[in-house]
Design a protein around this ligand. Structure first.
Ligand code: NAD
Length: 496
């Protein structure tokens, strides 16, 4: 029996019919585990209306009241994080320990949002001009839309939802149709924590649902995360409709390894950051830049570690890497491996036929050496367990290579020299940089975002920029002439 997944609008499962549905797979077996309803403009309108109806009361709920809901949600999420991790693994395929790591990062964002009373303090200038005071407040926007990708089905929604509601907004969340269950679990926990009906609505679907959200006149802002072509499309369409938009796109993350680096540590980092979550992470390392003369030694160390990686069902505690999310995605990744061979890269480890029996969307860790910047395996985001090594002659060549790439999400430098690290972090044109840290995802009280084609808009996700995105400032200038009947009367000195 396959499960039926539907929308959650105004605190209730949607009971209407669905014109279209999609299949949700168990990537480890290849079986259809559920069908999910796809929303059209009608369901999106219902969800936006529910969010709009809930907005005035939620906006006017005290700061203490809003943050209490978030504190309770934090406790529920922490208590049930293993359950959520298993829900993620069942539809995404990543190993349970990886899914648990995703939930742990999500919790950081909930904890940050709990500080709303502190973070939403305004400014006050007494006597800006004689007898005139000025203050500013941070007000919510109204109904905001969140559109998330398949690869972090809990963390990415929780980059936005806690901050949006902490600021007093109401939300329509459209998660990926490939793994929709995590969002519903989150919505149920929020309801249990006391979030009023309609403050968070979850609608499922594809481009049709996204377009309806982008076109809805009562949606004030869109937070999007996904691939670069769709991020660009969403940004252009949302802003053309007068909405505030932050659209985070794809990536090609380079890890530069300098000759003075600890090569064992660098090889460990390349393997965990390249193949963790089967490379389906926007901060995955997909390019290792080996600065002469360490190429041969580094490739040998990476290869040795790759051969020891255990690929298998994410539910098996012995597995270190799971399957890809869908059969179509597996075929796309395999086609890049074929293209790399055709284009003349050296295929050091070929993961196309892993030794795994049964169904499932399997592709093992794959390594290319002597990749050149014009090859499609270098230019395109593959989003799978395929690592490319590009060899360069010098530090300057490494920085030039990274800066010439049109993506600018994350990068890392591996070196034992502080001056080299400092030059790298200063010169590289990328939004998030690690020094001997392969996946430099900022903690929840900083903000997450890339440069160039990895982000459209000017606000990064979560942290202080998240609060900035989900609020607008109101500045009030006040003058209270003292009437003779006023209790306080004129101040001594006549108010000069
Ligand atoms: P995707 O772009 O295919 O889908 C993202 C969202 O957009 C989904 O909700 C999907 O339903 C919707 N969508 C898909 N096609 C659409 C279309 N034609 N019109 C309107 N909406 C559409 O991305 P994905 O495959 O789910 O996720 C992987 C991508 O997300 C990778 O490129 C990855 O780098 C990126 N990503 C980026 C970040 C970041 O922070 N920069 C984080 C996670 C993932």
């Amino acid at each position: 029996m396959t499960e039926h997944i539907t929308h959650r609008i105004a605190g209730k499962p949607w009971s209407g019919p669905a014109e279209r549905t999609g299949d949700v797979f168990d990537p480890a077996t290849g079986a259809v585990k559920a069908t999910v309803d796809f929303a059209g403009p009608g369901e999106i309108d219902e969800a936006v209306r529910a969010a709009a109806a809930a907005f005035p009361a939620w906006r006017d709920t005290s700061l203490a009241g809003r943050s209490r809901v978030l504190f309770r949600f934090r406790e529920l999420l922490a208590a049930r994080q293993d359950e959520l991790a298993r829900i993620i693994t069942a539809e995404h395929g990543k190993v349970v320990s990886d899914a648990a790591g995703e939930v742990a990062r999500a919790l950081e964002n909930v904890e940050y949002a709990c500080s709303a009373p502190q973070l939403l303090k305004g400014e006050f200038s007494e006597n800006a001009s004689t007898g005139i005071d000025v203050h500013s407040t941070a007000r919510p926007l109204g109904v905001v839309g969140v559109i998330s990708p398949f690869n972090f089905p809990a963390m990415v929604p929780l980059w936005f939802v806690p901050n949006a509601i902490a600021c007093g907004n109401t939300v329509v969340l459209k998660p990926s149709e490939k793994d929709p269950s995590a969002s519903l679990f989150i919505a149920e926990l929020l309801a249990e924590a006391g979030l009023p009906d309609g403050v968070l609505n979850v609608v499922h679907g594809d481009k049709v649902a996204v377009d309806a959200l982008l076109e809805h006149r009562d949606v004030q802002a869109i937070s999007f995360v996904g691939s670069t072509p769709i991020a660009r499309y969403v940004y252009e369409k949302a802003t053309a409709a007068g909405k505030r938009c932050q659209a985070l796109g794809g990536a090609k993350n380079h890890m530069a390894v300098l000759p003075d680096a600890d090569l064992d540590g660098a090889a460990d980092a390349a393997v965990s950051a390249g193949f963790g979550s089967a490379g389906e992470r926007c901060m995955a390392v997909s390019v290792v830049v080996a600065v002469d003369p360490i190429g041969d030694e580094l490739v040998a160390k990476i290869t040795e570690r790759m051969r020891a990686l255990r690929v298998g069902d994410g539910r098996d505690p012995d597995s270190e890497m799971g399957p890809l999310v869908t059969a179509a995605h597996r075929e796309r990744v395999a086609s890049y491996v074929a293209a790399g061979v055709d284009e003349g890269a050296e295929l050091v480890v070929d993961g196309r036929n892993p030794d795994i029996h049964g169904g499932g969307f399997w592709l093992g860790p794959t390594l290319f050496d002597r990749v050149r910047p014009e090859m499609s395996i270098y230019t395109d985001e593959i989003f799978g367990p395929v690592l490319s090594v590009v060899r360069v002659a010098s530090f300057d060549d490494a920085v030039a290579l990274v800066n010439a790439n049109h993506y600018g999400n994350g990068t890392a430098v591996f070196t034992t020299d502080g001056g080299t690290a400092r030059r790298y972090t200063g010169e590289v044109e990328v939004g998030m940089v690690g020094v001997n840290v392969p996946i430099p995802v900022p903690v929840g009280y900083y903000s997450f975002g890339g440069w160039k084609d990895s982000l459209f808009g000017d606000s990064h996700a979560y942290g202080p920029e998240g609060f900035h995105f989900f609020t607008r400032r109101k500045v009030v200038t006040s003058r209270w002439p003292s009437a003779p009947s006023g209790a306080a009367g004129e101040p001594a000195g006549g108010g000069v």
